[in-house]
Design a protein around this ligand. Structure first.
Ligand code: CA
Length: 502
């Protein structure tokens, strides 16, 4: 450890940074976090040869806002992206600062910020959400259709970008996968691995929401009620027009015809609910398996080319995701499964193999950490702090003991109530401000967040303390409710420009 004197002996000693991020992958589907549903050997390898962080939290659990936080090191209310709105690339962000500090910067894959990247020497991105099969990606000078599966294509382009980089500079490469985002279309070989598997259900798949606020009852991200025929990969009847097919696929079915053990069956009620959960998980996990394979390929490339030792390789996702917990899919809520980001990091020159940390980290910390790695100054207006001391196994005594969360996108596609809150090492307080309703959880006794103690006489003291902490954080982070009334916008969709001229 400590073989790299940061910034002390010139640019050659500065580490490369490879930031791999997926879209909607969650710790419950990663074996190094104790998954009950799948195995992810290559992602686990990063943790085994580096560090696993157990309390990495997203500050606004939804795709575009999380990406803006990661780039700017600032909360949504300061980076201007509270909902699915366009990112203003003229503002300060980490890629620009690393570029100025002498890094070669590149961005590959899912960008999803509604404006073209700035601050990257090279970029090649999916338009909007992109597609899983034969995806189009575009660069400064036009678009290209890449034959194959998106996760393979993005890993190939990442390896190619590292190969082609200028060798006289350290690199900062963001490699962002589309997977395992809805509608969870797997690669055929991985689909086969899961098609006959029975996936264990979470204990609170049939949560009745007793004692909680209206938000859980009103949400429309229920595995049983809100999966569409498209999500469930049902085949439209022959002879429909394109428009009729689109409409047919949008329906949330209450009965499904399927073939089980060679017998045609119509599923309804509980049998259909069971089937929907299995269908969802089989596809989701198959998408994750392709990510795992491809991260393995990238690791192999780095190690085979002498880049293993001094490249910081991070694997994370833009937020967590519900895999049936509280009956839900998707993210958005401040509950643990959506709040917690997977976060593993390997850097042989700077991190002890097999370490773990329970330090509270947030996605605002990523940018300051990258700048610290580069020996560059962290601008005062960034709201995160460098994770380097934590990675080096010496958590400072004054490390944060709580984090602030705020979600704005209400109602959005899933009728999610806007909320903000605080999570400490032991408790969570959530305020649905448009409804003036509160939830409070003791995470030591109730990690699944099933018992709202907000109105318990015995919880008065802790609730009062949490409210005080919430106000302290809001003040410190300069959240003046400027975006409290933000209305959801359509997912920032960008059309690919015309094909590249040859
Ligand atoms: Ca996402």
């Amino acid at each position: 450890m400590g073989r790299v004197a940061l910034g002390a002996d010139g640019p050659k000693s500065r580490p490369n940074i490879l930031f791999i991020m997926t879209d909607d992958h969650t710790t419950q589907a990663m074996s190094c976090y104790g998954s009950r549903v799948n195995q992810t050997p290559h992602l686990d390898r990063i943790a085994k040869e580096g560090m696993r962080m157990d309390r990495m939290f997203v500050t606004n659990s939804i795709c575009t806002p999380s990406r803006a936080v990661i780039l700017t090191g600032k909360y949504s209310h300061l980076n201007g992206v509270p909902v699915f709105n366009r990112f203003d690339g003229n503002q300060q962000h980490v890629a620009k600062l690393l570029q100025q500090a002498g890094y070669y910067t590149a961005m590959i894959g899912k960008w999803h910020l509604g404006s073209d990247p700035t601050g990257f020497d090279y970029w090649n991105i999916l338009p909007g959400q992109g597609v899983y099969n034969d995806p189009t990606l575009y660069e400064k000078d036009g678009s290209t259709v890449h034959k194959g599966y998106a996760t393979d294509v993005i890993a190939d382009l990442t390896i190619e970008t590292i190969k082609q980089r200028p060798k006289d500079k350290p690199f900062f490469v963001m490699s962002h996968h589309k997977a395992p985002h809805r509608e969870w279309t797997p690669n055929e070989k991985h689909r086969k691995m899961f098609e006959n598997k029975r996936i264990p259900e979470p204990a609170n798949l049939r949560d009745d929401y007793a004692g909680r606020t209206d938000a859980l009852r009103e949400q429309k991200q229920s595995v049983f009620h809100d999966m569409t025929r498209r999500d469930l990969k049902l085949t439209p009847p022959a002879g429909l027009s394109a428009e009729e097919t689109r409409k047919w696929l949008q329906v949330k079915p209450t009965e499904v015809e399927t073939v089980i053990d060679g017998v045609k069956k119509t599923l309804t009620g509980r049998a259909l609910e069971d089937w929907k959960y299995q269908r969802y998980m089989q596809d989701y996990l198959a998408c994750v398996q392709s990510v795992d394979d491809n991260v393995g390929r990238v690791l192999e490339y780095l190690d085979a080319n002498g880049l293993g030792e001094n490249t910081v390789i991070i694997y994370t996702s833009d937020q967590g995701f519900f895999l049936g917990e509280h009956g839900m899919y998707d993210k958005r809520f401040m509950y643990e499964e959506a709040l917690r980001m997977p976060f593993v990091v390997r850097w042989p020159a700077g991190i002890k193999a097999g370490s773990t940390s329970d330090a509270i980290g947030i996605n605002c910390d990523f940018a300051p950490t990258f700048l610290d790695l580069a020996g560059a100054a962290v601008p005062k207006d960034m709201q995160g702090v460098s994770l380097l001391p934590v990675w080096k196994g010496r958590k400072p005594a004054n490390w944060r003991r709580s984090m602030y969360y705020r979600y704005y996108h209400d109602p959005g596609d899933h009728n999610t109530r806007a909320h903000y809150g605080v999570r400490t090492t032991t408790h969570k307080l959530i305020y649905f401000w448009k409804k003036d309703q509160w939830e409070c959880y003791d995470l030591r006794k109730d990690p699944a967040e099933m018992r709202n103690i907000y109105n318990d006489p015995g919880a008065r003291k802790v609730v009062a303390e949490l409210k005080q902490e919430l106000q302290r954080l809001r003040k410190e982070l300069k959240d003046d409710d400027q975006f409290a009334e933000s209305q959801p916008q359509e997912s920032s969709y960008v059309q690919a420009p015309p094909p590249k001229k040859r």
